[in-house]
Design a protein around this ligand. Sequence first.
Ligand SMILES: [Zn+2]
Length: 65
Amino acid sequence: MSEEPDSINCPNCGKNVPWTRASRYRPFCSQRCQLIDLGEWAAENYRVPGEAGPAPEKPDSESLQ
Ligand SMILES: [Zn+2]
């Protein structure tokens, strides 16, 4: 009965991305593609958070999308 797709294609590079909760950057294949789409990657101001430092996450937000 579910109409949810099994997978989608990354809007940025066209890579096939499994439509699962594990794909946190969907519809993008990766954080990089997400940032590129947002235009932040090109700005080169963005720093991918490593193990150090706070990493604010909202797990509940994933289930809303
Ligand atoms: Zn991509």
